[in-house]
Each structure stands twice: as C-alpha cells, then as structure tokens.
Design a protein around this ligand. Structure first.
Ligand SMILES: O=C(O)CCC(=O)C(=O)O
Ligand SMILES: [Fe+2]
Length: 348
C-alpha cells in the first residue's frame, strides 16, 4: 500500500494515516473570517467553533472576507506570469542553489515532494522574511533566516512579491488569533512566538499534462505541508486535490474571493494531532498553464513546538517530543531539497 513520509511519521495513503474515526469529508468548508476583523466576542466564538471543526475533520478550508486587497493578489499573479516566461538563463541566475537560505528559482522536476515519485511538474520561486546577512540569527547559522535573492531588472516582480508577503503576514496574524480561540486559548496566545516568523512565499507555475498520467509524475506529489498553516491563492485552473479518510481525492477547486487554508505538520504536532495535516497533491489536466501562490507560515526559529496545554489530558498524552520550529523545518527541507544545507560556504 502506498505510503507518504511526513515529518510526523509515515502515513498509509488509505486513510492518510489519520485516525480512521475522523469523519470522511467530501467537501471543503468555507469559513467567513470577517468576525476576526469586526466581530464581537460571540461572533468570534462561533467562527472559532467552525474553524475547530474544519481543522479537526478536514484540515482544509476556504476563507472568505480575508481583507487582502484583490489588487495585491492580481499583481502577484501577473508578476508570476511574467517571471516564468523569462528565458532559462535569466531564471537560473537566481537558482535556489545560489542561496544559503532556499530562496530563488527551482526548475521543472527539481523538487520531489513525494520521495517515491520522479519529480514535480512545476517550477517555483521562493522568498521568505528578508533578514540581512549580518543579522545575529543569520550569523549564528539559522539558515532559514537570510536575505532574499531577486532577478535583475524585474522591479515589478520584487514589488509585487514583497507586498504580497507583507499582506500574508498580516492575514496570518488574524488567522492565528482565530486558531488560538479554536484551541480554547487566549486570542493572543501565539503572538509572542511569531515576531520573526518562518514565513515562505512561493509562486508556482504548473504546465498542463496531457494523455495518460503516471501517478509518479504530477504537478506536485502527495504530501503534507511542513509549517503551521498554508494560505493558498489559486488562479481559475483546478488541480488541487485533498485526500479524505476513505482514501478518495476530493477536489479543492478555486473559489472566487477565497484563499485555501490548510493545517501543516507543525500545527498537527502543536495540537497533538487534534488538527489534521491533510495530504494533498496537484495535477493540472486542464490543458492550460496554471499558477498558484502558497504562503507557508510557522513560528520563530527558536519556538519550541510541543503539545499545547489544551490538547493533552490523561486520554491524550503528548505524542511527539518537543522540537524547535527551526530544527523541524530544517529537517523537512533537507528531506525534500537535495541541495539544502549542503556546501553553504560557497553560496552568496
Ligand atoms: O498549487 C497548489 O494548488 C498546491 C501547492 C502545494 O500543495 C504546496 O506548494 O505545498
Ligand atoms: Fe502543499
């Protein structure tokens, strides 16, 4: 039976390795985030209950009324279209192997999200929090912090991605408040832990796949995300699929005005597997080019991720040993990116 390696253990694909008693969802709920901006305590409590249910039963949801201006999203998609149309030399000038910090461009088939597969049919460009090379954390070798690299002569690309990253940090702060309430914690419980977050923004381009498709070579192989949560913008092309506990792939098609949000492995650990880090993949059979924009949000490098007090009791003892956010993500990157952490002396 097919299995997927995650940072929290190996999962059998049949039920995603999740508790088979979890409800086998057949659709992904839509949650209105407006109460986190303008709601009273009762409205927030209702949202928190809905969010808890979505994260427990599905691990994926759509959010509407997220307050990210459509112009910021549109500009980033436009920037991605323009960037990926550049010639290979221009893109390879910022290849991720030229960065100590996993920033920059990766070409088709260079990433292999599912280690049993043959490489992902997408190209990507990554940025994260822009931390100068002389910052004490960078000097101390915390390689997830560091400077971004940017393509020469593409100021609009840089401006769009920087604005999008900033908007995602703001939205993540609101979402974390909702997550805290959903976990019976004070709304600001996580705030002190995300002052210098590990927050990666990635633009992705998936060429279309035609004919018979081999499961081992698809847009992005079956995987769970590594961080606390992911906020994903999709264009109008369907490709994303989410594995339910019955072993069926459920389409997470684009919904206008909504982002997809999914729980990552760090949040699964933090919640002692109360919240589900659900396996997903993307296959672009549309005949058109597809672009998407995931943003992966996790706490500061030194934050220790261990079972939250509201998620352990006699019946649910802590399942995972404590680990720092940085050590956890470093381990996952090293497993996914062949180049990661190697030969860092030679890099800019
Ligand atoms: O492009 C998508 O729809 C999903 C991307 C994804 O799962 C990822 O980058 O982790
Ligand atoms: Fe993902």
């Amino acid at each position: 039976m097919k299995t997927v390696e995650t940072g929290n253990g190996v999962r059998v694909m049949k039920n995603g390795g999740l508790d088979p008693n979890r409800i086998s969802f057949d659709q992904i709920p839509i949650i209105d985030l407006e109460p986190m901006f303008t709601g009273d305590a009762a409205a927030k409590a209702q949202l928190a209950a809905d969010l808890r249910r979505a994260c427990t039963e599905v691990g994926f949801l759509y959010i509407r009324n997220h307050h990210v201006p459509q112009a910021v999203i549109d500009a980033t998609f436009a920037a991605a279209h323009h960037y990926f149309a550049l010639d290979d030399d221009a893109k390879m000038a910022n290849h991720v192997t030229l960065s100590r910090n996993n920033r920059g461009y990766a070409a088709l088939l260079e990433e292999n999200t599912d280690p049993t597969a043959r490489g992902d049919l997408h190209e990507s460009f990554d940025i994260a929090l822009d931390v100068p090379a002389d910052d004490p954390d960078v000097v101390a070798g915390k390689v997830l912090y560091g400077p971004n690299q940017w393509p020469a002569g593409q100021p609009d690309f840089r401006a769009a991605l920087e604005a999008y990253h900033k908007a995602m940090l703001t939205l993540s702060g609101r979402l974390l408040h909702a997550f805290a309430l959903a976990l019976d914690l004070e709304e600001d419980y996580f705030d002190a832990l995300v002052t210098k977050p590990l927050a990666t923004l990635r633009v992705l381009h998936y060429p279309p796949q035609f004919g018979e498709i081999d499961d081992r070579q698809i847009g992005i192989g079956a995987h769970s995300d590594y961080e606390c949560f992911t906020i994903l913008a999709q264009d109008s092309v369907s490709a994303l699929q989410v594995l339910n506990t019955a072993g069926e792939w459920i389409a997470a098609d684009p919904v206008p005005g909504c982002f997809v949000v999914n729980v990552g492995d760090q949040m699964a650990r933090w919640t002692n597997d109360l919240f589900a880090s659900t396996i997903h993949r993307a296959i672009n059979r549309s005949g058109r080019e597809r672009y998407s924009i995931p943003f992966f949000f996790g706490p500061n490098y030194d934050t220790v991720v261990e079972a939250l007090p509201s998620c352990v009791d006699d019946e649910h003892p802590a399942k995972y040993p404590p680990i720092s956010s940085g050590d956890y993500i470093n381990g996952r990157f090293a497993a996914t990116f062949a180049h990661y952490g190697k030969d860092t002396e030679a890099k800019a």
